[in-house]
Ligand binder design. Structure first.
Ligand code: HDE
Length: 692
């Protein structure tokens, strides 16, 4: 995108304007040192003779090298690998009855947001498509200050108390002696942690489900996990759970795709988000809330303060209250994405915490970690972190202070400056903590209401469709199959026998463990259909279709399909053996987007092979297209072929090709996701079936 174009949307919101004010562009400018001195030569250091030693006096060399030597900051201790975008949030209706939060009152107001998606375990350079939880952190730059909803794509967590966070993270990160494996839970220390901390059972079920390998950041849900509070202007509080529901629906990769993508395109999710925004396919998510009146705090069969439990949507429906739209990529990854600092404790009047012991610990951790990662107490002055109203207080000094505070007082109460800055009353917008009554003995003990570690894990399992169950079992075989300790593998089987007997037997069968002889624990038949991905929205908008072509293709087939796809908001890309242009049998030219060397079927959602004997024969002669199609078929992708294109499917050994229509009545035929048509001039029925 040109810089001119980039500038435009930045000015649209107060936040964008603020960022624009500190954004610089070097185009057409002369080079200077950091002190503003013009530079005469940036290619040669200052030497005593052309073959002599470099001279200390070379301030330009020293400055350039010193800056480079210091260009890295520590990566995030978790969620190191991430990517982010700008956008806005709009509420549908005033939520005045529930909360006084100003950004949730006026449907005409667009609140600027910055959203960072991440994996949890891997380092900054790790692959995007690994099996992991995904972070979904949103910073709302509201008129009342920054509100951060620091969410994940799974509605529950591994542990119940924050004091165990360092343990679970140490266990899942690469092992300390050899730093293996990268970005993976498939190793001994993690599963040792799991079997010794059975509160993890429920989270493991979600992590090993298809949710652990999302198709795209644009196609995953977000969850605030903890129970929060809304507080209205009369001081009435209501318990809430936060949800983000992607408008494109929630979709996953299959494991083989995820693993291959990790090598073929480690930036797959990052690229997908970036490209979608550049192409104007702005990702959208509805904000949903589940509401529970305070008097019903104890009405559910689990404790609402326990972060290993979700509120079944069938029991407490999700109310959709607003929409988040991501509209702009960052100008600079480091300055914006890397330096962004989210904190679950960044909260605005009208939203409040609960005593969830995981949440309480998070309230300490985020600010603490940012002090070291961003090098001191002034990281709120880094442009991406600044609220849209300048902070006003007596906090001063520290590393990299950029604000110049005028005046002699930096304390209160003062009389030299009329005791400014002064606090505000609640009426004036001051944050007042919800006056929850708390009373208790100091005690280091888990509440008995947190002791059930298995019931909801079983509910989750019961809610899965047969194919989702199969994927979970296979995921256990991979994850636990990589555990060297036989004892731990057995303990996993015994632990998950408490979730489901069949599941435990299936796990045992794949990991060389003894199957349990009888079920453990009570029989639970309840389910929550909403947690299955089969209940999600389905739309093909913004999906990618590979079109396999060579010279001599049938332009008629090609252009009908491309037009229909584009009309449906789908992005076709031409794949061939070389870059450049191809010529159809009618003499029409088409540009190649990618080659068989630079693309793989795992990067696409569907494949189409148009007719044209010459083109198809060339594709058949070189093996790459066969492999491309076979793999797409194995990953259950939609495959379409028209006229001679069907020959390529046959040559690739793809099962399920039904014989297409007769010469006089060409109709599309669909079998196992493979759609074909032969002897056809008009492809409109065919293209519609393909898109459907
Ligand atoms: Fe985090 N988490 N977390 N977490 N978390 C961090 O903060 C922590 C938890 C989440 O894109 C860290 O700035 C503790 C739940 C996201 O920059 C750190 C506990 C949920 C991100 C931290 C949790 C999250 C983080 C590391 C257990 C979902 C990435 C770097 C008590 C509701 C934000 C940083 C970004 C990042 C601590 C559990 C979400 C160390 C102690 C539950 C999305 O402060």
């Amino acid at each position: 995108m040109s810089d001119e174009k980039r500038k435009h949307p930045k000015a649209e919101s107060k936040k964008k304007q603020q960022l624009e004010d500190v954004t610089i562009d070097h185009t057409g400018k002369k080079m200077t040192t950091n002190q503003g001195i013009r530079v005469t030569n940036d290619d040669d250091s200052l030497k005593a003779g052309t073959r002599g030693p470099t001279i200390m006096e070379d301030f330009h060399f020293r400055e350039k090298m010193t800056h480079f030597d210091h260009e890295r900051i520590p990566e995030r201790v978790v969620h190191a690998r991430g990517t982010a975008a700008h956008g806005y949030f709009q509420v549908y209706e005033p939520l005045t009855e529930l909360t006084k939060a100003s950004f949730l009152q006026d449907p005409t107001v667009k609140t600027p947001v910055f959203v960072r998606f991440s994996t949890v375990v891997g380092s900054r350079g790790s692959a995007d498509t690994v099996r992991d939880v995904r972070g979904f952190a949103t910073k709302f730059y509201t008129e009342e200050g920054n509100y951060d909803l620091v969410a994940n794509n799974i509605p529950i967590f591994f542990i119940q108390d924050a004091i165990k966070f360092p343990d679970v993270v140490h266990a899942i990160k690469p092992e300390p002696h050899n730093e293996i494996p990268q970005a993976s839970a498939a190793h001994d220390t993690f599963w040792d942690f799991v079997v010794n901390n059975t509160e993890t059972a429920h989270m493991i079920m979600w992590l090993l489900s298809d949710r652990g390998i999302p198709r795209s950041f644009r196609m995953m849900e977000g969850f605030g996990v903890h129970t929060f509070r809304f507080v209205n202007d009369r001081g009435k509080a209501t318990f809430v759970k936060f949800h983000w529901k992607p408008v494109l629906g929630t979709h996953a990769l299959v494991w083989d795709e995820a693993q291959k993508l990790a090598g073929k395109d480690p930036d797959y999710h990052r690229r997908d988000l970036w490209n979608a925004i550049e192409m104007g396919d702005y990702p959208e998510y509805e904000l949903g809330i589940q509401i529970l009146e305070e008097e019903n705090e104890f009405a559910l069969d689990f404790d609402i303060l326990d972060p290993t439990k979700f509120w079944p949507e069938e029991q407490i429906p999700v109310k959709y209250v607003g929409k988040l739209t991501l509209t702009e990529n960052v100008d600079n990854f480091f300055a914006e994405t890397e330096q962004s600092a989210f904190h679950v404790g960044n909260i605005v009047p009208g939203i409040d915490f609960t005593n969830d012991p995981l949440l309480q610990g998070r309230l300490f951790s985020y600010l603490d970690t940012q002090l070291i990662r961003l090098g001191g107490p002034n990281f709120h002055e880094i442009p991406i972190n600044r609220p849209i109203k300048p902070p006003v207080n007596n906090q001063r000094d520290g590393f990299h202070r950029t604000t110049i505070n005028r005046g002699v007082t930096s304390y209160s109460v003062n009389s030299l400056q009329g005791n400014y800055p002064r606090p505000s009353s609640e009426k004036e917008g001051g944050y007042a903590h919800y006056a929850e009554k708390v009373e208790g003995k100091k005690i280091r003990e888990r509440s008995p209401s947190f002791h059930d570690h298995y019931s909801q894990a079983t509910v989750f399992w019961n809610s899965m469709s047969p194919i989702e169950k199969k994927h979970i079992i296979k995921a256990f075989h991979f994850e636990v199959g990589n555990v060297e300790s036989e004892e731990i593998r057995q303990q996993v089987v015994d632990m998950f026998n408490h979730v489901d007997h069949t599941l435990a037997k299936e796990i045992a069968a794949g990991v060389g463990a003894k199957p349990p002889s009888a079920p453990a624990g009570p029989k639970i038949t309840a389910s929550s259909p909403a947690v299955s991905l089969l209940t999600t929205n389905y739309t093909v908008k913004s999906r990618k279709v590979a079109i396999l072509l060579e010279d001599g293709f049938n332009f008629h087939d090609y252009s009908q399909m491309v037009n229909e796809l584009k009309g449906a908001g789908i992005h076709p890309e031409v794949i061939s053996h070389h870059l450049g242009t191809l010529t159809s049998k009618e003499g029409k030219k088409v540009q190649v987007d990618k080659t068989f060397a630079t693309s793989e079927s795992v990067m696409f959602d569907a494949v189409f092979v148009p007719g044209g004997a010459k083109s198809v024969n060339k594709l058949i002669a070189k093996d790459k297209a066969n492999y491309f199609l076979k793999e797409a078929f194995d990953h259950a992708k939609t495959i379409g072929a028209s006229n001679e294109g069907v020959d390529l499917l046959a040559d690739s050994g793809i099962r399920g090709i039904a014989i297409a229509g007769s010469e006089h009545h060409p109709t599309p035929v669909e079998s196992m996701g493979v759609i074909t048509i032969q002897n056809a001039m008009n492809l409109s029925n065919f293209t519609q079936t393909f898109i459907k």
